[in-house]
Design a protein. Structure first.
Length: 172
């Protein structure tokens, strides 16, 4: 697949992002001042090395002008697709938060994000689909929320919310 580069909105002429999920700083002249007077410096074009932003493994880079840490998957979608529609988030189709290729990204709802996690056989937060089924079975057998919470490693409030239909109501 051919790598295509596009300017990052708000950073035109300074930074670009590719459909392969890479970010680069463009070669440009930077003007500045220090205690000795004014200066100019030509910065070389360089591929930025992203770091992990959060516990979910999302990759981030720091952009200057204005200086801000930005998530790479959001930059890819912003440059190639545009702003996220209201209530939509950038989702990784394969579940790998470090895979920021355009072909792996899409805008969708938070609910679809949760469903993706379950489809991939992973747990959303601490509970899996099987855990929720076990909790519902335990509740039907008369077990207390506190007991079930200890068994599944969550607070009794989480069990109570499952019991009252406030959480996982979409899961039959």
């Amino acid at each position: 697949m051919e790598e295509i580069w596009k300017d990052i909105p708000g950073y035109e002429g300074k930074y670009q992002v590719s459909n392969m999920g890479r970010v680069k700083s463009l070669s440009r002249i930077i003007y500045g001042r220090n205690q000795y007077g004014s200066f100019e410096w030509r910065s070389p074009e360089i591929i930025l090395r992203p770091g992990r932003m959060d516990k979910y493994g999302h990759m981030s880079v720091v952009l200057n002008g204005p200086r801000k840490s930005r998530l790479v998957h959001q930059l890819v979608m912003l440059a190639f697709v545009g702003e996220a529609p209201e209530g939509m988030y950038v989702l990784h189709s394969n579940g790998d938060a470090s895979d920021n290729r355009l072909s792996n990204l899409r805008y969708d709802t938070q609910s679809e994000n949760v469903l993706d996690v379950f489809r991939q056989g992973k747990a959303w937060k601490k509970l899996t689909v099987e855990d929720v089924g076990g909790i519902r079975f335990g509740l039907s057998c008369g077990m207390s929320c506190t007991e079930l919470g200890r068994m599944f490693g969550v607070g009794h409030q989480a069990i109570s919310k499952i019991k009252n239909g406030e959480r996982y109501q979409w899961l039959e």
